[in-house]
Design a protein around this ligand. Structure first.
Ligand SMILES: Cc1cc2nc3c(=O)[nH]c(=O)nc-3n(C[C@H](O)[C@H](O)[C@H](O)COP(=O)(O)O)c2cc1C
Length: 205
């Protein structure tokens, strides 16, 4: 029986120890499909993924300064380099905004002054655009991480990395920024640490 979302959320944790077994093409496809179906601002879908499965490349992640020598990464079955496509973001926001307005999908006051709003987005500094694209990409990855659990896989988000180093090795195109890398594989953990979480009272305002 398939796992429900509630169970997948409860079971998900950062996995940093994996069995030595590659992912199948079908599994990679399923993970990407989960990401592809995530929501995004003005339906811009700015996420892009480079899926690394080559053994030498994965070993490199475990030893390189590019991942601050997080040795456990060398055991991953795949490393997803999760990127934000800043180059297409503005144009995609513009066409979506006008599609919503012209197709009367979103109407009324929301769409008043949409031209000025879109122009502001287009003129925004790169860091602001990166923030928007990264937010969308993170959401897609959350879908992917939960789908991984449902498929019996584990993942760990890696935020400590050196962007220039990874971009150069994997020829990540101009106009893209790396948001993070995501290690994926079949969990083979000697120990699962209890998840520490703030109490509800601490997070509800
Ligand atoms: C933005 C972000 C950056 C992270 N960076 C790293 C990292 O570089 N290395 C690592 O081992 N785990 C990293 N993690 C995983 C967190 O340590 C982990 O999610 C957190 O401790 C909660 O544990 P859990 O995922 O098992 O619930 C990162 C997670 C996030 C969301």
């Amino acid at each position: 029986m398939s796992m429900g979302v509630k169970e997948a959320i409860a079971a998900r944790h950062s996995v940093r120890a994996f069995a030595k077994k590659p992912l199948t093409q079908d599994e990679i496809h399923e993970l990407l499909e989960a990401a592809r179906n995530a929501p995004s601002s003005l339906n811009t879908q700015p996420w892009r993924f480079k899926v690394v499965t080559d053994a030498a490349d994965i070993a490199w992640f475990g030893t390189s300064e590019a991942s601050r020598r997080q040795g456990w990464l060398a055991g991953a079955a795949a490393v997803f380099i999760c990127c934000a496509d800043l180059a297409h973001y503005v144009k995609d926001s513009q066409s979506a905004a006008f599609f919503y307005r012209d197709g009367k999908i979103i109407t009324g006051e929301t769409m008043d002054g949409i031209d000025a709003y879109v122009a502001r987005e287009a003129a925004a500094a790169e860091q602001a655009r990166f923030g928007a694209c990264a937010m969308n990409t993170a959401l897609a990855e959350a879908f992917m991480m939960l789908r991984a659990v449902e498929m019996g896989l584990g993942s760990c988000w890696v935020g400590m990395f050196d962007e220039a180093n990874i971009k150069a090795r994997f020829a990540i195109p101009e106009g893209m920024r790396i948001v993070n890398i995501l290690a994926v594989g079949r969990p083979d953990e000697p120990e699962v640490y209890p998840r520490k979480r703030k109490a509800l009272e601490e997070i509800v305002l």
